[in-house]
Design a protein around this ligand. Structure first.
Ligand code: DQA
Length: 145
């Protein structure tokens, strides 16, 4: 539905708040979902929030939401080698923004690549939970045009 914004989070993001809080912060995924909902509510958008630990479920969710206004996606570690998810997002017809809570460039070398980023309208790294809010704000004009 063209009033729904897909907020899709990947593996290990369901435990935000108690997952390495020094890296990922203390906000829970529910806090983030509320923050994004608050950001877009004034535009009549409703957030459809999904979190999956398995790549196949991520792919299915992307396929099932072609009629969303757009998407915010934190793929977690699937950014590194989630080729199936990449194929799904390559066919996604709506604008979407990739978000990562942490600044992966300041972390282990194996995190320094996203195979998804070149498909996104934009990417946000390292701003913590507020990155999701900024992604929602950035998506508004792109999805409405
Ligand atoms: C993450 C960064 C990834 O490297 C990591 O695997 C995650 C979280 C982030 O939001 O900072 O699961 O996507």
């Amino acid at each position: 539905m063209l009033t729904e914004l897909l907020l899709l989070n990947g593996p290990n993001l369901g435990i935000l708040g108690r997952r390495e809080p020094d890296i990922y912060g203390t906000e829970t995924l529910a806090d983030i979902e509320q923050m994004v909902s608050d950001e877009v509510a004034g535009h009549g958008w409703k957030v459809v929030a999904r979190q999956h630990d398995c790549e196949g479920e991520m792919i299915r969710t992307v396929q099932d939401h072609y009629d969303a206004v757009g998407a915010i996606v934190n793929p977690g570690a699937l950014m590194i080698a989630g080729w199936g998810l990449r194929d799904a997002l390559a066919n996604y017809p709506r604008p979407w923004i990739e978000v990562h809570l942490s600044n992966v460039w300041a972390r282990e070398q194996f995190r320094h690549q996203s195979i998804l980023g070149s498909l996104a309208s934009g990417v946000i790294f390292g701003l913590g939970a507020i990155g999701y809010r900024l992604a929602a704000r950035a998506l508004l004009p792109r999805a409405e045009s």
